[in-house]
Design a protein around this ligand. Sequence first.
Ligand SMILES: [Zn+2]
Ligand SMILES: [Zn+2]
Length: 223
Amino acid sequence: MEPMTLLDLVEADKNHECDGVGKDHICVKIAAAAALPSRFGDFQVVGFTNNKDGKDHAAFVHGDVIGQEDVPIRMHSECLTGDAIGSLRCDCRDQLEAALIALGQMERGILLYLRQEGRGIGLTNKIRAYQLQDQGLDTVEANQALGFRDDERDYSVAAHMLYSLRVKSVALMTNNPNKLKGLENLGIKVTRRIPHIMKPTEFNRAYLKTKQTKSGHMLAEQG
Ligand SMILES: [Zn+2]
Ligand SMILES: [Zn+2]
């Protein structure tokens, strides 16, 4: 049999239905795939629709990943202010670029671009949280003041995207132990963690410090 391509997956997913993944029974479908040459290397972009809301998630695929083991994966949560505008209130843009540069140099890898702005609380609420931070609260306190848990992200979408792409096991590029557990709890086999270390700048130092002390991120770990 010919090896499957992303276009085969688009065809196969036309009739995809399942009970969904996670507590919200989220189901995504590969709707389209196309070449995406980028400044970080040759990628293909895969567009996913889902059964819950109008948010189209995307996977940026480098090399052959279908049916592969130990595929390097970076899960990136959308951050309009950081990713697109270059905000220095967070390190999202640096993380995104570092991940794409690393993945582009590997034999294969996937960046899952998840449309969960502001750790899942949405753009407007993220701006409300910034407003509170401008008044002296830290990121965790600001989210709590708005009635959100520190991190509202759920990895069901990412897990289903990996199923859809027929990835057999993943090497997760992250410093956040919750991400490994989150995926493993949803049945994804994680072979190892690839550390993803960013250099602090004068602008994001306080933000990174909070991440480390309050959210259990492993920023000091190298190697
Ligand atoms: Zn499904
Ligand atoms: Zn950000």
